[in-house]
Design a protein around this ligand. Structure first.
Ligand code: SAH
Length: 249
């Protein structure tokens, strides 16, 4: 074996939601590689070189990290949330495929708290029964496939978590997703818009699917849609959204 590469999840934002494993890896690192806002969350120190890069260069970023690791540097690739959820872990393995010179690099993935779980915890327990996660960005897949998955997930009565719901470059996608969901679900189940969870800008909004509007989401929002049994519990301290654990036979 020559070289070691760590792929770490920084969690949704709050320092105390970074796992001790990830903090230890960062404390030992000589180099940190990742998308600009994620690298900005790593505290600079002597002996640590930060390599922030723009979005959409995931393959190049992964290759850069692997070549530094192969040279013996202690490299950590950072993602927000969990690195295996719509993030860098897959990009690194894709970059590794067919590259014999990196066969000896030991790769370790350190989990993090992904956005949907941090958001679900804030809202109550909307993902307490079966659910799925769908990336609504059509950068890496055709829109028709997204629509198909939305319809099939609704048919299977899964709760759903939506990542990358809406960006300035594709404002119409989420509006279309809402239309498809309204048609496929046909009810007013709760939809949660959880923005910047665990940061000072955190904001949560729960509305019936029938009243959800595209402007309620942006790229810092993860959206959770319940299944047909998901309900809002009115409590003195504030509403709780939860999905019962069982489905009657
Ligand atoms: N690997 C990340 C997801 C990267 S995709 C993870 O596991 O969380 C980026 C998307 O994640 C954003 O568009 C948004 O939908 C979601 N996201 C990331 N951090 C978030 C946060 N603190 N609050 C709400 N959504 C967040």
């Amino acid at each position: 074996m020559t070289g070691r590469l760590v792929i770490a999840g920084l969690g949704p934002g709050a320092d105390d939601l970074v796992t001790p494993q990830v903090s230890a890896a960062l404390a030992e690192a000589t180099d940190v590689v990742g998308y600009i806002p994620y690298v900005a969350r790593v505290t600079p120190r002597p002996g640590l070189t930060l390599h922030p890069s723009d979005n959409r260069v995931e393959r190049d970023r992964a290759a850069h990290a692997l070549s530094m690791a192969a040279e013996g540097r202690r490299v950590v690739v950072v993602s927000s949330g969990d690195p295996g959820v719509f993030a860098m872990a897959s990009a690194v393995f894709e970059a590794l495929e067919g590259r014999a010179e990196w066969d000896g690099v030991q790769v370790e993935v350190l989990p993090g708290i992904t956005a949907m779980l941090a958001a679900a915890a804030r809202a109550g327990a909307p993902l307490g029964h079966d659910f799925c996660a769908i990336n609504l960005s059509d950068n890496l897949k055709p829109w028709a496939l997204i629509e198909k998955r939305l319809r099939l997930a609704a048919e299977a009565d899964l709760a759903m978590a939506f990542y990358n719901p809406r960006s300035a470059s594709r404002p119409e996608g989420f509006a279309r997703a809402l239309e498809v969901l309204r048609e496929a679900c046909g009810d007013a189940r709760p939809m949660i818009f959880a923005r910047a969870v665990s940061t000072p800008e955190e904001h949560l909004l729960t509305v019936p699917l029938t009243e959800a509007r595209p402007e309620m989401a942006d790229m810092r929002t993860v959206v959770i849609l319940g299944n047909s049994a998901t309900r809002v519990l009115r409590r003195a301290g504030g509403d709780v959204v939860y999905t019962p654990r069982s489905v009657p036979a």
